[in-house]
Design a protein around this ligand. Structure first.
Ligand code: PNS
Length: 171
């Protein structure tokens, strides 16, 4: 059984992530979407539990996809679970240097680990969790960037003046 891991911060999961997860689910027997920790990033807006819940909500129709979290090295998670493939989405040349470095480091830490890069769909080239958070925090429309299943949750958290938040506050 070929098990692949899609690691990331997923703060929050975007349609760009979802596209990569869906395509990985067609290539591998099982895909573990792994909420992992990026030491180079500031504190996450959404808790680990919230990020997991959002990923579960958007992947509920993908039978061979499961969600997990791990706060150690990705290479150690692979050794522990028997997964041998790391799937990452590549948006642009700017992603490449960092991702290339990660792939080589993970290979050095665990020789069986193969990193597979899937090119992001053209319409998602610009898309990232940070872009979603920035637009949402100004009350902009993020409906084209995240799944409808998690749209209200993100708006509620990031744009406190929306109708949804006012309704939330009234309860
Ligand atoms: O979505 P991100 O923030 O680009 O994902 C980066 C992530 C979380 C996949 C990466 O930082 C990671 O693998 N973290 C786990 C710790 C680890 O193994 N670091 C790499 C050592 S070479």
């Amino acid at each position: 059984m070929k098990i692949a891991v899609c690691p990331g911060s997923f703060d929050p999961v975007t349609l760009g992530h979802l596209d990569i997860i869906e395509r990985a689910s067609k290539l591998f027997d099982k895909v573990i979407v792994l909420v992992s920790f990026n030491k180079n990033k500031n504190k996450a807006v959404f808790s680990t539990k919230e990020r997991i819940e959002m990923i579960i909500a958007v992947t509920k129709d993908l039978d061979n996809v499961v969600v997990d979290c791990f706060d150690g090295l990705l290479a150690d998670y692979l050794k522990m679970t028997g997964a041998e493939v790391i799937v990452k989405g590549l948006r642009a040349v700017s992603d490449f240097e960092y991702e290339f470095q990660m792939a080589l480091a993970n290979k050095k830490l665990y020789n069986d680990a193969e990193t597979v890069f899937l090119t992001t769909a053209g319409e998602n080239m610009f898309l990232s969790s940070s872009v979603v958070k920035e637009i949402a925090s100004f009350g902009g429309d993020i409906s084209g960037f995240v799944s409808p299943a998690i749209l209200e949750k993100i708006k509620n958290r990031l744009c406190p003046n929306t109708d949804a938040q006012q309704a939330d506050n009234a309860v």
